[in-house]
Structure formats: structure tokens, C-alpha cells
Write a protein that binds this ligand. Structure first.
Ligand code: PDD
Length: 288
């Protein structure tokens, strides 16, 4: 099956997809991205992801490379050309190409790249039995709400987790508050059954999965608190889990080698997993 990518107006064989060495994304990480899952060729929460893409661009004062309508047409065409039913769509927009100089160049056009890959859904045993995570210092910059391609701190945190055979690094600030995961949002369930996750501010990414999961939780009558919690509270939580476009909802059963609650996925997490799978099915017709 030929893998086709989109680069600034052209559909090309993936091996031939190239960008300029003076692309500001390459030299300054001056750009943003989105990762969207699709099932049955239908984007999961496509509109929410594209709205976030637009927001990230606005925050960095990068122009939309094409209209929203054109963006949707390109996405549909790319998925068809890749002959994939299920998979992941990566969209990247950088400020553009110019001679290397820090300030925004005057006449510059954004560069739009899209690639498609196979589904990144978690392994069945991770969904069923939960995953182990570690905690790592949150050394990121002050605008984590922007989905910037500047991901070095996230890469280092995720690498540390991988080396310790953990699924994720949960990021903890100097004041011991837990922000999110290296590539996911983080949640705890208190012994009173309250779902707690960091509020939306510049310290975390407003995850699309987070948005949906909180809506589903409230609808199901689960109390939700969007506030910061610290590592002490996390270590004594009844349950914990992480969410992202590729992980969906994964129960966290071990933090830094210590069991969370009973050491098994808890009932609130289970309920949310079930609700989220139904949500995916209703939107895309795919039962995972
Ligand atoms: N990561 N927080 C961070 C730092 C992330 O990188 C991600 C997603 C999330 C969850 O966001 P969402 O639910 O919209 O996927 C939270 C993506 C999947 C990635 O980097 O590939």
C-alpha cells in the first residue's frame, strides 16, 4: 500500500516528501501540530482538533495556511489516497521558510504538511490491566497550552519512562503539583469518587480526549474537579488514569513502582473506558 503525504499543495510518495532546510519549524521549532485518529475514514472529533489547531496558530501569530474548508478537503483526499480505513493523521504547520533570523520574517507563507500512519491504539493488555507510570520533573516552557512542535522536554520525559519500562512520565512541577503526562493528560479519582484533573491554563495542553471524557463523566453523574493536585494526593488516590488521542483512556495501576489503590483498574475508570468506547462507536461506527 503506497504511503502518500501532503506537502504544501502536493500529494507525494512519503519517501519523496521533503521540506526546506530553512523551514523555521526545523530551525526554531516555530510551528504547531495536531494528531487526529480516524476510524472508518471518519475523523474522531475532527472539528475540535481543527479548532485547537486554529487556536495554536493564533497564539503564535501564524496564518492559517489554507481555509478550514480546504483543510477538510485535503484531509479527506489524503485518507482516501492512503487507502486506510483506520489510522492517525498528523498535521503540521510552520511559520514558513526564510533565511535564519529570529524575528518573524515580513513576507513569509506558512508551510502545511500532513502525513497518515496506521492506528496507534493501545495494546489490549494495557487497556484491560492498566499501565505503570513514573513521575518526572516538568521542565517545559510557560505555554504548554499551545500544541507546539517544540517537544524536547516531552521527548526526554517519555524516553525516561521508556527506559524504565513505564508507559508514561507524569510531569510534576517544583511545587509538587502534577500537570499532565509527557504525551497525555493525567487524572486521579479520590477516595470519595471525585474525578480530578488539572484545570485549563498555560501549564497543560487542553486535550481533546480530556474535553470529551470530562463531558461524559459529568453526564454520567461523576463529580469533576478541574484543579491542580499534588504528587502526595496522587500517590494516595483510589484510581488514576491518562488520556490521549492514541491512548484513549488507560488505567494507571502503578506510579514509581507503588500500586495505585487496589493495584487494579478501578470502577470509575472502567465506567469511563466503556463510555468512551461507545462514544467512538457512535461517531465513527468502529467498535474498538
Ligand atoms: N499528544 N498533553 C500532551 C502534552 C500531549 O502531547 C497530548 C497528546 C495530550 C492529549 O491530547 P489529546 O487528547 O488531544 O490527544 C495532552 C499527542 C497524541 C501526540 O503528541 O502525538
Amino acid at each position: 500500500m503506497a504511503r502518500i503525504s501532503y506537502v504544501n499543495g502536493s500529494y507525494v510518495h512519503h519517501q519523496e516528501a521533503v521540506v526546506d532546510v530553512e523551514d523555521r519549524g526545523y530551525q526554531f521549532a516555530d510551528g504547531i501540530y495536531e494528531y487526529i485518529a480516524f476510524y472508518n475514514r471518519t475523523l474522531l472529533d475532527g472539528e475540535l482538533h481543527l479548532r485547537r489547531l486554529e487556536r495554536s496558530l493564533n497564539e503564535l501569530r501564524i496564518e492559517m495556511p489554507v481555509s478550514m474548508t480546504a483543510m477538510m478537503l485535503i484531509i479527506r483526499e489524503l485518507i482516501v489516497r492512503n487507502s486506510r480505513e483506520d489510522g492517525g493523521l498528523y498535521i503540521q504547520v510552520t511559520r514558513g521558510v526564510a533565511k535564519r533570523d529570529h524575528p518573524f520574517p515580513k513576507k513569509i507563507r506558512p508551510v502545511l504538511v500532513m502525513t497518515v500512519c496506521g492506528p496507534k491504539t493501545p495494546k489490549p493488555h494495557e487497556v484491560k490491566d492498566g499501565v505503570a507510570v513514573i513521575t518526572t520533573a516538568d521542565i517545559r516552557w510557560g505555554r504548554c497550552d499551545i500544541k507546539s512542535v517544540s517537544l524536547l522536554a516531552n521527548v526526554l520525559a517519555k524516553q525516561k519512562a521508556t527506559e524504565q519500562k513505564a508507559r508514561e512520565s507524569i510531569l510534576v512541577r517544583d511545587d509538587r503539583s502534577v500537570t499532565e503526562g509527557a504525551v497525555s493528560n493525567a487524572y486521579i479519582i479520590t477516595d470519595k469518587g471525585v474525578l480530578v484533573t488539572h484545570g485549563l491554563d498555560e501549564k497543560v495542553l487542553g486535550g481533546i480526549t480530556r474535553d470529551v471524557v470530562l463531558r461524559l463523566a459529568r453526564k454520567a453523574g461523576i463529580s469533576v474537579e478541574e484543579r491542580s493536585f499534588n504528587s502526595v494526593e496522587m500517590n494516595s488516590a483510589a484510581e488514576a488514569f491518562i488520556t490521549s488521542t492514541s491512548a484513549n483512556i488507560l488505567p494507571v495501576v502503578k506510579i514509581d513502582g507503588k500500586a495505585v489503590g487496589s493495584g487494579k483498574p478501578g470502577p470509575v475508570t472502567r465506567k469511563l473506558q466503556e463510555l468512551y468506547l461507545t462514544y467512538i462507536f457512535k461517531q465513527t461506527g468502529r467498535m474498538l
